[in-house]
Design a protein around this ligand. Structure first.
Ligand code: 5RP
Length: 223
């Protein structure tokens, strides 16, 4: 099986976590896109979705799924999204697509966070992917200097603006041995909107697609 097949397998498996007649949260990226396709082809009846990016909102609408503003929904039953890396504690790195802030908001507003990924995303220690940090443009140089003090190499994502009009600094060459602490340190920097570490609020369930076609279900400590 190639990576796309593995993503498709977990996208389909995530349908088991969708509660009918509720509004759900939907993430961003190629795996989340496959989930939207799977949802649209299923017989599941939902009341609509909140999207974590403009791109996902467009995909949901094209699939005939109502898109809601989070301010009008109250808590969401479940959030389904991919990841760039996941460790055994279901701490994640996200933001490869630059949607980390809205992803973090929608995850926070959801009762359950189901992460879907192909097996290549599972790592022993987070960090090789880089840690995306969304930054208000005027704070870019200041935040970059603070990241160097924390031991990382900040790299400005080229020609990229988030849906919120901000820039991304990707922190390279950093092994994230304490994701909760680093998430807090990054969040405290003036000018940082959010960072791509999802450790304070990890996933509740990780569905991993394996090369043999199987889907492994890893439950978080709180489940
Ligand atoms: C976007 C994300 C994605 O979930 C992450 O980049 C994984 O993407 P893909 O499913 O394409 O591998 O965080 O900001």
């Amino acid at each position: 099986m190639n990576a796309d097949d593995m993503k498709m397998a977990v996208a389909n498996a995530a349908l088991d976590w969708v509660q009918e007649n509720t509004i759900i949260g939907v993430g961003t990226g190629s795996t989340a896109n496959l989930f939207v396709d799977a949802l649209a082809s299923s017989n599941l009846q939902i009341d609509g979705a909140v999207a974590s990016s403009e791109a996902t909102a467009e995909r949901l609408k094209a699939a005939g799924i109502d898109v809601h503003d989070l301010n009008s929904t109250g808590p969401l039953s479940v959030y389904i999204d991919g990841a760039d890396e996941a460790d055994a504690n279901l701490h994640l790195i996200k933001g490869g697509g630059g949607a980390l802030t809205r992803e973090k908001i929608v995850a926070a507003a959801s009762d359950k966070f189901i992460c879907i990924a192909d097996a290549s995303k599972k790592v022993a220690v987070l960090g090789d992917f880089g840690v995306p940090v969304e930054v208000i443009p005027m704070a870019r140089s200041y935040v970059a200097r603070e990241i160097v003090k924390l031991g990382g190499d900040p790299e400005l994502r080229d020609q990229f603006r988030t849906d919120n009009g901000n820039v991304i600094l990707d922190i390279l060459n950093m092994q994230v041995t304490n994701p909760i602490e680093l998430e807090q340190q990054l969040n405290q920097l003036a000018g940082v909107v959010s960072c791509g570490l999802f450790a304070q609020r990890p996933a509740d369930v990780l569905l991993l697609g394996n090369a043999d076609g199987s889907v492994e279900k890893i439950m978080g400590a709180k489940n």
